[in-house]
Design a protein around this ligand. Structure first.
Ligand code: HEC
Length: 258
């Protein structure tokens, strides 16, 4: 009798193991050449490194913001990654937005304030197209979540510029081994030493990309750190409750079991 009921269990366990193996082997990925990377926020307890995210903002602001918008983020959201109120005010005030019409109906410009959204580099999509040879640079707020391969794709894309193979004709773009199809309209944006970090960190190309990954993972999932620390607390609570229940079970049944 005993052996009978062991068979399905073994089947069940091997089924799960084989599936895990196969899903790793054939995981559907994007068709470019992607380096699988480990980042600080990977794993169940991993969180976004806020100092790195602050440096990432600097790289975005100095290098990418000329072409890419970040329309889902307000300046005051930067408080989350450790900027002070004054720093946010000062950062916002470098940008200009259109003000409400004044009493004469004139529409003037004013400096941005913390509650404004990040100012877009373009008035509209047509202007974005016209300024980039017909390609619209996508908004970066959700880009890491939006692309298959996520942060590893983003990392590989920024590192993926190479000389094109000789038989490849490039009339309207640049050769990139991570980009699907290998021809992208964006010129290589980072080479290393593109910014001088406010916190003194050395701005290698690797560092700049990792900092952008931290920053743009945060813009896409601003709740990530809270969610993971809540997960950790729930986990501790469950371990604690399980021990309490187990000990009381032993105590209650001790006399009866003898
Ligand atoms: C000179 C303008 C310009 C600059 C500067 C620039 N980009 Fe782009 N970017 C583009 C254009 C144009 C596209 C659209 C490419 C296409 O459709 O082929 C693009 C596309 C992208 C994409 C999407 C790729 C995809 O999978 O569709 C990402 C991610 C990206 N850029 C990140 C960045 C980052 C990060 C920076 C700053 C380090 C940056 N870009 C700087 C113009 C720019």
């Amino acid at each position: 009798m005993k052996n009978y009921y062991k068979i399905p269990k073994i089947f069940f366990i091997s089924f799960i193991l084989i599936n895990l193996f196969l899903s790793n082997l054939f995981a559907a990925g994007p068709d470019g050449n992607i380096t699988k990377m480990k980042f600080s926020f990977d794993g169940i307890f991993g969180v976004i490194d806020k100092a790195s995210a602050r440096r990432g903002l600097q790289v975005y602001n100095e290098i990418c913001a000329g072409c890419h918008s970040l329309e889902h983020v307000s300046y005051r959201n930067l408080l989350d990654i450790g900027f002070s109120n004054d720093q946010v005010k000062e950062f916002a005030s470098q940008f200009e937005v259109t003000a409400e019409p004044d009493s004469d109906g004139e529409v003037n410009m004013r400096s941005a304030i913390p509650s404004d959204k990040f100012v877009s580099p373009y008035q509209n999509d047509n202007q974005a197209k016209a300024m980039n040879n017909g390609a619209i640079p996508p908004d970066l707020s959700l880009i890491i979540k939006a692309r298959a391969g996520g942060a590893s794709y983003f990392y590989s894309l920024l590192k993926g510029y190479e000389d094109p193979p000789e038989d490849k004709e490039l009339s309207n773009g640049y050769y990139n081994i991570a980009y699907p199809g290998n021809v992208i309209a964006m010129p290589q944006p980072l080479y290393g030493d593109d910014v001088e970090y406010a916190d003194g960190t050395e701005a290698t190309m690797e560092q700049e990309i990792i900092d952008l990954v931290s920053f743009l993972t945060w813009t896409g999932q601003p709740e990530l750190n809270d969610r993971k620390s809540m997960g950790f607390r729930v986990f501790l609570f469950l371990v604690f409750m399980t021990s309490v229940l187990f000990l009381s079970y032993r105590k209650i049944w001790k006399k009866i079991k003898g």
